[in-house]
Write a protein that binds this ligand. Structure first.
Ligand SMILES: Cc1cc2nc3c(=O)[nH]c(=O)nc-3n(C[C@H](O)[C@H](O)[C@H](O)COP(=O)(O)OP(=O)(O)OC[C@H]3O[C@@H](n4cnc5c(N)ncnc54)[C@H](O)[C@@H]3O)c2cc1C
Length: 460
């Protein structure tokens, strides 16, 4: 069976559904195809469920610290993992069904469930259906990377996807990978009652951050009783369900880490291997990401790639921004480009890290003359009042142009406070504009103008 459309969207991640809606609203006939769960990674196995679980872990943490606030809890604080999971599942489900309902309610959009594969630059096969369109949008996302590691075929392991099914806290969770996904799961399960060991081959966690931010994060996690093994490459896995051993290549510490459960958090890979890209002539890079230009067009006219699968971003907001870029160019006569966006992301441990633009290290490497402002959260009134003084804030500016180059807010409310810096960067305003802004007291953001009044050349 064959059907002709104006546009086909493959994948219902963070770009596809809103794009399908815009195209349909613009009068085009649209087919959208989803092979698994509506809403993709963010909704089902990424941002939404993990942040729901982070919230449960935070509640447990605060309850254990209740005495610090003069609150008495008689008896133990216990975590009911079945309820944690049920809450998380309900939040994800609401979002998933919302996406599906929205799509099925569109006037000119047909929803197909099944695996979509390109047959040519104009044709997509879904089961025995052939869909044809002059415009094809790929929003196929990615999945957890599973490296080829000796022994991995012998031991059971978890990924961010299978973690979602846990309704008990593993007695000892061993996490391979000390970056965003590994740290979020690590801290939350520690707070749920697991013993947690994180193995990271680099000398420090979250390597892309400045060393002082990484160290502050490390201090926070170790203070909560998480065992960190940095400078330790996992070279072999052994054991069996409930008793796994990670053999590590390291200079210090034991060459083995024993635990009950293993989580692999070593990065992501795009879902492009089974998409029929070759049949359509669409180019991929050596890591499998679809090659796109600044307007997210692939090398084949009429085919675009949006979201994680194009390698231009790895976040929900970058995928959504991809939708805005494509829709802007195609439907609004706007000229939007990927290169217009400023890098920004959050790390949702507690306290969170909010990041915008360059790190200090990157700014220094760029050869610019820079000024840096910093403040520990112990000198932020709002943090003191909340009893959450872990972390620091840091802003980097170009001494010559007075542009803000980047910022990191690792501390309570850091994921929100970063936005005043980010928006000033988007406005291309000099830092002096933000320096003179009157912010609300008591907030974390109120100290950002103060930090900008105390800028100094970097220490080295
Ligand atoms: C544990 C974890 C936590 C995260 N937390 C955050 C966070 O806090 N903030 C943030 O911004 N980002 C976070 N992310 C990243 C975020 O989830 C992704 O960047 C985002 O979901 C990317 O969306 P996407 O649009 O590229 O595609 P995806 O959401 O991956 O969706 C792609 C969809 O395409 C479907 N599909 C794939 N191939 C086919 C095919 N051939 N046929 C039909 N359908 C197909 C898939 O089933 C899937 O539904 C997190 C990720 C993980 C793993």
């Amino acid at each position: 069976m064959s059907k002709l459309y104006d546009a086909i969207v493959i994948g219902t991640g963070q770009a596809g559904p809103t794009l399908a809606k815009r195209l349909s609203d613009a009068g085009m006939s649209v087919a959208i195809v989803e092979r698994h769960l509506f809403g993709g990674t963010c909704v089902n196995t990424g941002c939404i469920p993990t942040k729901a679980m982070v919230a449960s872990a935070y509640a447990a943490h605060v309850a254990r610290r209740a005495r610090d606030y003069g609150v008495v809890i008689d008896g133990d604080v216990r975590v009911d993992m079945k309820s944690v999971k049920a809450r998380k599942d309900a939040i994800s489900e609401r979002s998933r069904t919302g996406v599906e309902k929205m799509l099925r309610g569109l006037e000119r959009c047909d929803v197909y469930t099944g695996h979509a594969r390109l047959r040519s630059a104009r044709e997509v096969a879904v089961g025995d259906q052939i869909l044809t369109a002059g415009r094809i949008f790929l929003n196929v996302g990615g999945r957890a990377a599973v490296p080829s590691m000796p022994g991995l075929d012998q031991v059971p392991f978890l990924t961010n996807t299978s973690m979602m099914a846990l309704d008990t806290a593993p007695p000892h969770l061993v996490i391979v990978g000390g970056s965003y996904v590994g740290l979020e799961f690590g801290q939350m399960f520690r707070r749920f009652g697991s013993k947690v060991t994180i193995i990271e081959m680099a000398p420090r966690l979250v390597q892309r951050e400045d060393p002082e931010i990484s160290m502050a994060i490390q201090d926070r996690l170790t203070s909560e009783g998480i065992d960190l093994r940095v400078n330790a490459r996992c070279i072999r896995l052994g054991g069996r369900a409930g008793a796994i051993t990670a053999h590590v290549d390291c200079q210090d510490g034991s060459p083995t880490v024993d635990g009950t459960h293993l989580l692999l958090a070593v990065g992501r890979q795009p879902n492009t291997d089974d998409l029929g890209l070759d049949a359509a002539g669409v180019s991929r890079d050596e890591r499998g990401y679809i090659v796109v230009n600044d307007r997210l067009e692939t090398n084949v006219p009429g085919i675009w790639a949006l979201g994680d699968c194009n390698g231009k971003g790895a976040f929900t907001h970058t995928s959504y921004n991809d939708f805005e870029i494509v829709a802007g160019n195609l439907l609004d006569g706007d000229s939007r480009r990927v290169s217009d966006r400023i890098q920004a992301y959050g790390l949702y441990i507690d306290p969170p890290l909010g990041r915008a633009g360059m790190t200090e290290t990157e700014a220094q490497r760029s050869g610019r003359k820079i000024l840096v402002g910093k403040r520990p959260m112990t000198r932020v009134g709002r943090a003191i009042e909340k009893g959450e003084t872990t972390g620091m804030m840091k802003i980097v500016v170009d001494a010559t142009s007075r542009e803000i180059l980047g910022a990191a807010v690792f501390g309570t409310g850091g994921d929100e406070a970063i936005h005043c810096v980010l928006d000033t960067m988007y406005a291309k305003a000099p830092y002096t504009v933000l320096q003179r802004a009157m912010h609300i007291h008591p907030t974390v953001s109120e100290l950002i103008p103060t930090i900008l009044q105390e800028l100094a050349p970097p220490a080295s």
